[in-house]
Design a protein around this ligand. Structure first.
Ligand SMILES: *Cc1c(COP(=O)(O)O)cnc(C)c1O
Length: 392
């Protein structure tokens, strides 16, 4: 039998079938039902936050945060270049303008460059930051692969310049600071808004789904209202605002409640598997495993190998194809968002690290059900394939 180790697959070892059956038996399958509320409560309890609104997707959570942050046509939003494009597209949904700020060694936004951009490229009159006479309204900070951005520094800058902070914690559910001024704070609960995704590849999944929290509980209530078509009366069709069909369904939430029961176990497995990869790649001269911030407890959702391009001559595509032939599914990190067609004319600020990592990062299999033996196999194949490309 030929072997196949997938990059990342969902794990339904718990009560998923039981709760989904229950939702179907009750007939509550759409955007109303007890599982939605239950999932919101479980998330709020887990994250130590007051209020969470469940949505159709992480993208919907990000879009509603952008709406609620007051981002309007012609405004500017500061965004990362090296992440999944869904973090940035909501800027365009609002007909606003993204400006791309470089990342640091954590793949997350570099606060030094963020500060430098605000100070040297913008004007500030004490209340409104402006770039090219456009109002700068918000920052989208993505906690990439479960690593956390330097939120203490970013929040200081945001306060100084009166900017809203939207945390894209779609990959970092469960990551938190354990040291420093933000000790105990979870990814997504530090900025003005925090967005989560439960897509099939994330640490927990509801098939498709997401959630949003905010530092102001009334804002979360308003997001929930907007997500259900802004309906103002239980019995009559009265709408005082333009709403969206962004609410999570009860079937998705039934899956989510079961997945939340397993989240602590999933995080433990991700961490243990990361440690194993770490040991296996110790001293490997053609690539090194990227670490997670020391002052955080990370969910270690995704593993990144930085390939030494000076020694390894193959292209990323060739490497991925060669590994696929050995039954190991890997992927390249994202292409830079500022190089994608809808964004190629937008402003970038001192991008150095993002293009550097964009060329070098290979993501390794990271499912929660991967076995020790499979990880050993993956590491051996990666070493073999990179070795072949290094020696011509
Ligand atoms: C997955 C992801 C999203 C989007 O979440 P969906 O639920 O797929 O809409 C947004 N940002 C980042 C960084 C992601 O990884």
């Amino acid at each position: 039998m030929s072997r196949f180790v997938p990059l990342s697959i969902p794990n339904f070892e718990g009560n998923e079938r039981k709760y989904v059956d229950d939702a179907i038996d009750q007939g509550w399958v759409s955007t109303g039902g007890a599982y939605i509320t239950k999932l919101e409560e479980k998330l709020a309890e887990f994250l130590h936050t007051d209020n969470v609104a469940a949505c159709q997707s992480g993208t919907a959570a990000l879009h509603l945060s952008m709406v609620e942050a007051g981002v309007r046509p012609g405004d500017v939003v500061l965004v990362p270049p090296l992440t999944f494009i869904a973090a940035v597209n909501p800027v365009k949904y609002q007909f606003a303008t993204p400006v791309f700020i470089d990342c640091d060694g954590s793949f997350c936004m570099d606060p030094v460059k963020l500060q430098a951009f605000c100070e040297s490229e913008c004007s500030f009159d004490g209340s409104q930051l402006r770039y090219n006479n456009q109002a700068v309204k918000a920052i989208v900070v993505v906690h990439v692969f479960g690593n956390m951005a330097d939120m203490a520094a970013i929040m200081d800058i945001a306060k100084k310049y009166n900017l809203k902070v939207i945390e894209d914690a779609t990959e970092a559910l469960g990551s938190k600071y354990i040291d420093g001024p933000l000790a105990g704070k979870y990814a997504g609960t530090i900025g003005d808004f925090g967005c989560y995704s439960f897509n099939g590849n994330k640490i927990i999944t509801t098939g498709g789904g997401g959630a949003v929290t905010a530092n102001d509980t009334k804002v979360v209530d308003h997001i929930r209202y907007l997500s259900t078509q802004a309906k103002d009366d239980v019995h009559y069709y009265i709408h005082n605002e333009v709403g969206y069909n962004y609410r999570m369904t009860n079937i998705q939430a039934a899956l989510g409640v079961a997945q939340m029961e397993e989240l602590p176990e999933f995080i433990c497995r991700k961490q243990a598997n990361y440690q194993l990869y770490r040991e296996l790649f110790e001293g490997f001269e053609l690539g090194k495993l990227i670490g997670f911030r020391e002052d955080t407890y990370s969910n270690m959702w995704f593993y990144s190998l930085e390939i030494d391009c000076d020694k390894v001559k193959g292209t990323m595509r060739e490497i991925i194809t060669a590994l696929e032939q050995c039954g190991v599914q890997t992927r390249a990190i994202w292409g830079l968002i500022n190089e994608q067609v809808p964004y190629k004319d937008e402003v970038t600020y001192k991008l150095e690290k993002a293009p550097y990592y964009a060329e070098r990062i290979l993501n390794l299999p990271s499912s929660t059900q991967i076995t020790k033996e499979e990880i050993e196999y993956v590491a051996a194949q990666v070493k073999k394939v990179l070795g072949e490309f290094a020696h011509g």
